[in-house]
Design a protein. Structure first.
Length: 175
């Protein structure tokens, strides 16, 4: 039977894994790169991060006691006027993740059955956390793709590089 501690350990691992993909993408991007857009109507890395951070702060602040859509959040402005600098982006990114990890750390066996509300819809903790994990994974995938588009042949793969599956499997399986 799945224990709350097993579930929490698993989601901590997954959230950290996705955060690391973002971190490693930012390392490869310049100050100008984080503001690059394919078209004017598209989102830059900086705008996607601004949206993620707004969502994280709203969803995870008072996670167990308040609706995840806070009255002070203005989602529409998350897609306007991105961060002035890459360092500002990274600072906001870290704040958002800290909010998330602190909230997750507050979940335990005693409160694991708490009903979570997001936009006045009831969720179990598992449903609320999985919803956010899927949301963040999709946007971090966008960030990685934008990074790959921006860097082109200079992109350093964050997973098994194209053409590297056989070597990777040999290393993993020793054959």
């Amino acid at each position: 039977m799945l224990q709350s501690s097993d579930y929490l350990r698993s989601v901590f691992f997954e959230f950290r894994r996705y955060k690391t993909l973002g971190d490693k993408t930012f390392e490869q991007l310049s100050e100008e790169d984080v503001h690059w857009k394919y078209r004017e109507t598209d989102n830059s890395v900086a705008l996607i991060v601004k949206h993620l951070v707004g969502n994280m702060k709203s969803r995870w602040t008072h996670f167990l006691t308040q609706d995840g859509e806070k009255p002070w959040r203005n989602r529409e402005t998350e897609f306007e006027g991105a961060y002035a600098s890459k360092s500002e982006l990274i600072n906001a990114w870290e704040e958002g993740w800290k909010c998330l990890f602190d909230a997750l750390a507050s979940v335990n066996d005693r409160n694991f059955d708490t009903t979570i509300r997001i936009r006045n819809e009831e969720h179990t903790i598992i449903e609320a956390v999985n919803r956010q994990l899927a949301h963040y994974a999709s946007h971090i995938g966008q960030i990685v793709l934008l990074g790959k588009m921006i860097k082109g042949i200079d992109w350093i793969s964050l997973s098994i590089p194209k053409g590297g599956s056989e070597a990777f499997n040999k290393e993993m399986f020793g054959s």
